[in-house]
Design a protein around this ligand. Structure first.
Ligand code: TRP
Length: 465
């Protein structure tokens, strides 16, 4: 491949404006990771200590790597695999860098497989909440209801299938056609509803305790496992490390500011996660429930609030509907790298690519469904008891391993392999100092921080007593 063709535009479309990119990337970032995963990880990981490390990781690792992903994508305008290959050749590095793209595609499938199952739970809870059943039950009964539901594979399968089919249809139609319009409306409404929930939580007797849990840092709970979990969550929540933001960046118009867009996306994502925490923990404490409930947490807690609130049937239904939308806008970004790759290299129509990728993720999802019932098995990981077999394995493998590894490789490639003028050309930062700070974070801080944590993951058991 000749080096000059880096600059030709390939088969793909472009966002109609920078704002559409910001919206789409925010849609990718804001999802179940913020409202389902973040609260339960905080609950298991020691409250404020986890939150603090999470925020540090967002600032020192999330910002530079997101800028790097957008930069790489926009420069090559191809799927992650081909972006890495073409840029590596252009910069005189080895074509082996395309491994980053392959790892990313595999990671996307694994994440989507369990993401769709959880989104399926959410979809089921739209109808449950609408039925008004939660208004008639006490907290313990609501909790038990979820347990009965997830251990019934046939039921969960229906919702998982429904979510995956709709996701595939959206991806097949192309991101611009339907989704952009929906996101424009849905995301602000989700934010407003979340704020309303926070107001409700403020009036509950657990508010003080909830705030205390979220923001007071008990450093004795700051184990390497918690730090590793918080870093993985930063990657997961920002959609970093697998090429999702890269592919969205590849559709970004040339004139748009990468740094400005990145700050907006990250601010929105962080705000939604913190608001979710503020809405959930007061209700947990007010009802004497367990913050460390794990993945079931929001499905046990939020229906309690909706059951007690005036108009809760309506607001609760709306909330879960919006959460499903947030999940859709994230799910499409998980397979977009694979769809783009199939379109580029195999010449498939989007329809065919979408069905193939959605089908594979659907199939993998069956393992997660079974992990909550017949095929459940448990193991210990970094001091936490994991009880949901394949679900936990896929989650750990991606959140804690392949996303951070992908993130390091992206940072190293951008920081060390690309020529400075090429970087400056894409970023076009107004301030020289700003560029130097970004380069320093990308070259040193992000790879070293993430690398040390991964080393701990591999060899940490030698240090444990
Ligand atoms: N960030 C999304 C969420 O928080 C999930 C997601 C979408 C994702 N695309 C991703 C996670 C790419 C990791 C990588 O719900």
């Amino acid at each position: 491949m000749a080096t000059a063709d880096v600059h030709i535009n390939y088969v793909h479309a472009q966002w109609s404006s920078r704002w559409v990119f910001v919206l789409a990337a925010t849609g990718s970032a804001v999802g179940l990771g913020n409202i389902w995963k973040f609260p339960y990880m905080v609950g298991q990981g020691g409250g404020g200590a986890f939150v603090l490390v999470y925020l540090v990781c967002i600032a020192l690792v999330g910002i530079p790597i997101m800028m790097a992903e957008v930069l790489l994508g926009r420069r090559a305008r191809r799927s992650p695999v081909n972006t890495m290959r073409v840029l590596a050749l252009d910069e005189g590095a080895g074509a082996g860098w395309q491994f980053v793209g392959w790892l990313g595609m595999a990671t996307g499938f694994l994440i989507l497989s369990f993401y769709s199952v959880v989104a399926g739970w959410t979809l089921a809870y739209v109808f449950r909440t609408a039925s008004g059943v939660f208004a008639t039950q006490d907290p313990q009964q609501i909790k038990a209801l979820f347990g009965v539901f997830v251990t019934d594979p046939a039921k969960v399968l229906i919702w998982h299938t429904l979510f995956m089919v709709t996701t595939t249809v959206i991806v097949a139609r192309g991101v611009q056609a339907g989704l952009e319009k929906a996101v424009r409306f849905m995301m602000p409404v989700l934010l407003i509803l979340l704020l309303a929930l926070v107001f409700y939580a403020m009036g509950s007797s657990g508010f003080g305790q909830g705030i205390e849990f979220l923001f007071s840092t008990d450093f004795s709970r700051l184990t390497p496992g918690v730090i590793l979990g918080a870093m993985g969550q930063a990657f997961f929540s920002l959609s970093l490390g697998m090429g999702a933001i890269l592919i969205y960046g590849s559709y970004l118009p040339q004139s748009a500011s990468i740094a400005g867009s990145t700050f907006m996306i990250i601010a929105a994502d962080t705000a939604v996660a913190l608001l979710a925490g503020l809405a959930i923990f007061p209700i947990v404490f007010a009802n004497g429930l367990e913050p460390a409930a794990g993945p079931p947490l929001i499905f046990e807690i939020l229906p309690i609030a909706f059951g007690q609130m005036p108009g809760g049937g309506f607001w609760g239904t709306l909330f879960f509907v919006l959460l499903v939308f947030a999940a859709w806008t994230s799910a499409i970004s998980l397979i977009e790298p694979a769809v783009a790759w199939l379109t580029e290299t195999r010449g498939f129509r989007r329809m065919v690519s979408a069905v193939l990728t959605g089908g594979l993720a659907w199939l993998l999802g069956l393992l997660t469904i079974m992990s909550f019932s017949h095929w459940a098995f448990s193991f210990r990981f970094l001091g936490l008891e994991k009880t949901n077999g394949f679900f936990d394995i896929f989650d750990i493998l991606t959140t804690n391993i392949t996303l951070p590894v992908g993130g390091i490789l992206i940072a190293v490639f951008a920081g060390w392999k690309m020529q400075r003028p090429h970087l400056q050309d894409e970023l076009r930062l107004a301030s020289r100092a700003g560029f130097e700070v970004w380069l320093f974070l990308t070259r040193f801080v992000a790879p070293v921080m993430v690398g040390l944590l991964l080393l701990y993951l591999l060899f940490g058991h030698y240090f444990d007593a």
